[in-house]
Design a protein around this ligand. Structure first.
Ligand SMILES: Cc1cc2nc3c(=O)[nH]c(=O)nc-3n(C[C@H](O)[C@H](O)[C@H](O)COP(=O)(O)O)c2cc1C
Length: 131
């Protein structure tokens, strides 16, 4: 199985509710047997995608071409024996939501990931949420 992690920035010229991304992604990812985690806030996306190699490559190609974000950088690409993310999740902190409990939620969602992937999510979320 292939696992990819990328980071990107929200495109201010094409803002969209994260709910729109969530709806399409849930449908496609269930069909393609892709699992992962999408962290989204007002400025950044950080996403892990894992599943059959062809399906993950195809999804990543679609995502890379999506105008709703830009400056996409692939942070990690690795073969994994088993899934770190049991199902596709969207971590999204609503304005005013408690920072510490959100960080706990991200820790829970990344608990089975490798230390580097876990550290990437936790590191970004810390700087975004607790700064
Ligand atoms: C930050 C971000 C994350 C996305 N994640 C996924 C995803 O996990 N799976 C997916 O199929 N599409 C995802 N999309 C949407 C794709 O870019 C694309 O719009 C969608 O796959 C097209 O699906 P359709 O061909 O069924 O209309 C994401 C888009 C953005 C901006």
């Amino acid at each position: 199985m292939l696992q990819l992690v990328y980071i990107s920035s929200v495109n201010p010229a094409a803002p969209c509710p994260t709910q729109d991304i969530l709806t399409v992604s849930r449908r496609n990812n269930a069909r393609d047997r892709i699992t992962g985690l999408l962290y989204a806030d007002a400025g950044r996306f950080l996403q892990a995608l894992e599943g059959p190699e062809d399906a993950v490559e195809a999804a990543y190609a679609r995502i890379r071409g999506d105008r709703r974000h830009r400056a996409i950088v692939l942070l990690s690409r690795q073969q994994v024996d088993r899934r770190a993310f049991g199902h596709w999740e969207m971590a999204h902190r609503a304005p005013g939501a408690d920072a510490a409990s959100f960080l706990d939620e991200v820790r829970r969602l990344t608990a089975d990931a490798t230390p580097d992937v876990r550290g990437t999510f936790e590191g970004l979320v810390r700087t975004r949420v607790l700064a």
